[in-house]
Design a protein around this ligand. Structure first.
Ligand SMILES: Nc1nc2c(ncn2[C@@H]2O[C@H](COP(=O)(O)OP(=O)(O)OP(=O)(O)O)[C@@H](O)[C@H]2O)c(=O)[nH]1
Length: 673
């Protein structure tokens, strides 16, 4: 397969926008599947993990490969649930382009914003698909507006729908003026065959007028964004813009898309089998081939497999720009980049560095240049944790093995041992994340585990400056270790630096101590930050100034660290501790009739309503709520709204708890209430 005929494409969306349904239709029309999968029946190809089938959601990014016309499309389905943003990030970094699927009756929803930002970060050209055009509330203009205002993107509308709501039957392509109509007369009609012909003067005059206007607008918009197209119009076609050849028009839209000056917008209804084939055409026409993006690393592996959801086909070789799987890697974890040799990696880094320096006009630092080749995956901090226990101690080793394997696959899962109880602790992104891990340990590793209660990952900070001293004088065997230290801890505004804490030395101390002692002091301060004085949660928003350090000859560096961390603990204990709690941004979409009960419930959860917007018949409630109050929210919301409301939750910030809530938390933790 020639590289320029390959498309490595991600498909991303808000939960329930219809990503899986759209992917299934693509597979069907390309001839890879012989029956239409249905998410509601739990038999789709991409949602292959058992839990996904049961819960009707997408967790792991499944890759599927299929051919469309003369193109090979490698498609990665990314999950929409907010607990799994790491999966999305992992998928996005190997992609050359993406399709964002929207529910045309809802426009841009919260989770799409997060994924869109990630795509932006990786500079991935996108195409938007306004799905669910068959819904009565579907609105093209509303969706376009929300792409502009919420995503801050420039929508380039390439089609207009024929009919609306239940009467939606097809599309007119504004570039070619092709009129495509899917009859969809019966349930058995799979949409494979549809009528496609150029618009004629005898067609509905209203439609003709609408197409003329929209096409004129599109020509002007593209000319504004692409100089080459503007020159073409002003030269050869200045008398009649409308006569510009479709091929030239398409090339211009492609340049605009690749330069990310605009996003092509298409519409359809995957469920009703309308508009998916033109979407596939748009993927091949407007999104980049691998050689047009910057991933030109060559791979050689012992066993290569072509993914087709949960089935894999072994292949002998792979050319650059394709996506495949390899098995048996022992050291590699998610987020690593594998290259054929160190030399090629170095050459790629040099090329990337040179390019970046030319662009910037100055040299890059070592740190900047080492991060150039492939952007790493950003792992968000886990907000929930709980203990996990095997059924019997004899299974502990098996459980550790299972957790090791799961962690390599999913860096957003963190596992640690509680220093006091010796228990194994799972830290994850959300209730559902932890529940699914629990399930996978049972199904894939055959271990029935017991989970402790789910707990919120709090943080701690201080409200006052305190200076303390500490002396460590200990004899171990023949050796006497003596350290004296003085330091000051103070509240620190982290927003200025982007780091959560700060260490400084007084000038005299800096001049006096050796590099090794300094390292030992730093590590003592850092270990002091790991466990706050109130509840033992990590400390943030604190600066430490080292005022003096005296180390007697013969004292080991470990003793220096120990003395400093004891001094830190003492200082933090005296500095008026404050618990910080994770506060989430919540978006609830709910029918007006249920709004008051949802609001009433939120008030009891210490929620703070920021805005209530109208979206067709629904209200969209934007609020911030402490994570601790959100346990089991999905069940409660379902009950309050008779199953009609949807919500999304994203970490907004860590905020100080009010004194009353903090006291009751401290009492609860101490077992007093
Ligand atoms: N009316 C209408 N419903 C649709 C359309 N496409 C999908 N749906 C329905 O919307 C729901 C969600 O579809 P999915 O394809 O599972 O959505 P998804 O975005 O993959 O969801 P996650 O996997 O959970 O992220 C299902 O009940 C579909 O039947 C459409 O074009 N029109």
């Amino acid at each position: 397969m020639l590289t320029f005929r390959i498309r490595n494409i991600g498909i991303m969306a808000h939960i329930d926008a219809g990503k899986t349904t759209t992917t299934e239709r693509m597979l069907y029309y390309s001839g890879y599947t012989r029956a239409l999968g249905d998410v509601d029946d739990g038999d789709t190809v991409t949602d292959y993990m058992a839990q996904e089938r049961e819960r009707g959601i997408t967790i792991q990014s499944a890759a599927v490969t299929f051919d469309w016309k003369e193109y090979r499309i490698n498609l990665i389905d990314t999950p929409g649930h907010v607990d799994f943003t790491l999966e999305v990030e992992r998928a996005l970094r190997v992609l050359d382009g993406a399709v964002a699927v929207f529910d045309a009756s809802a426009g841009v929803e919260a989770q799409t914003l997060t994924v869109w930002r990630q795509a932006d970060k990786h500079k991935i050209p996108c195409v938007c698909f306004l799905n669910k055009m068959d819904k009565p509330g579907a609105s093209l203009s509303y969706s376009l507006e929300s792409i502009k205002t919420k995503l801050k993107a420039n929508p380039v509308l390439l089609q207009i729908p024929i009919g609306s709501g239940k009467g939606f039957i097809g599309l007119v392509d504004l570039i070619t003026k092709q009129r495509m109509v899917w009859q969809g007369k019966s349930w058995a009609d799979d949409g494979r065959l549809f009528e496609s012909r150029v618009l004629e003067p005898t067609d509905d005059p209203e439609l003709l007028e609408e197409v003329d206007q929209a096409r004129g607008g599109l020509i002007e918009q593209v000319a504004d964004l692409d100089d080459e197209f503007a020159e073409l119009l002003l030269g050869k076609y200045s008398d009649n813009f409308d006569a510009v050849p479709a091929g030239k028009f398409q090339e211009a839209v492609r340049r605009v898309t690749l330069a990310r000056k605009g996003v092509p917008v298409l519409c359809g209804s995957s469920l009703k089998n309308k508009g998916v084939q033109p979407l596939l055409d748009a993927i091949t026409a407007y999104l980049p081939a691998p050689n047009e993006r910057n991933h030109d690393l060559v791979e050689r592996m012992s066993r290569l497999l072509l993914p087709f959801a949960d089935q894999h086909v072994e292949i002998p070789s792979l050319s650059a720009g394709n996506i495949a799987l390899t098995v048996g890697l022992k050291q590699t974890v998610t987020g690593d980049t594998i290259v054929s040799s160190k030399a090629s990696a170095a050459a790629a880094a040099r090329r990337a560095q040179k390019g970046a320096e030319e662009k910037r006009g100055s040299a890059l630092s070592n740190r900047e240049s080492s991060s150039l080749v492939l952007a790493g995956v950003e792992v968000p901090d886990p907000v929930f944790f709980c203990s996990i226990e095997p059924p019997t101690m004899s299974k502990q080793a098996d459980l550790e093995h299972a957790l090791n394997c799961l962690q390599r696959e999913d860096p957003s899962l963190k596992v640690r041992t509680d220093p006091d109880s010796g228990q194994t602790i799972l830290c994850g992104m959300g209730e559902l994340h932890i529940e699914i891990l629990h399930d996978r340990i049972k199904r894939e590793y055959n271990i029935e585990t017991h989970l402790g209660p789910l707990q919120v990952a709090y943080r701690e900070t201080i409200l006052q400056s305190v200076t303390t001293t500490e002396t460590l004088d200990r004899t171990l065997g023949e050796k006497r270790h003596i350290v004296n230290a003085e330091l000051t801890v103070s509240p620190w505004s982290e927003s200025a630096t982007g780091t959560s804490y700060y260490i400084a030395y007084e000038e005299e101390v800096e001049a006096q101590i050796s590099a090794e002692v300094r390292e030992a002091v730093d590590s003592g301060v850092q270990s002091g930050y790991l466990q706050g004085p109130l509840l033992g949660y990590p400390v943030q928003g604190v600066s430490t100034v080292i005022r003096s350090v005296h180390v007697e000859p013969g004292t080991s560096l470990a003793m220096v660290s120990a003395c400093i961390s004891r001094c830190m603990l003492k200082a933090l204990q005296q500095a008026s501790g404050q618990v910080l709690e994770p506060v989430m941004a919540l978006e609830v979409t709910v029918g007006e009739e249920y709004l008051s009960s949802v609001l009433g419930d939120l008030a009891q959860r210490r929620g703070c309503v920021r805005d209530i917007q109208s979206r067709h018949d629904n209200k969209v409630l934007l609020a911030t709520v402490p994570l601790a109050e959100m346990m089991g929210y999905s069940t409660v919301l379902r009950t309050l709204s008779s199953g009609t409301a949807t919500f999304s939750l994203e970490l907004a910030s860590y905020e100080p708890m009010n004194p009353q809530a903090q006291t009751s938390l401290l009492n609860k933790m101490a077992g007093l209430s």
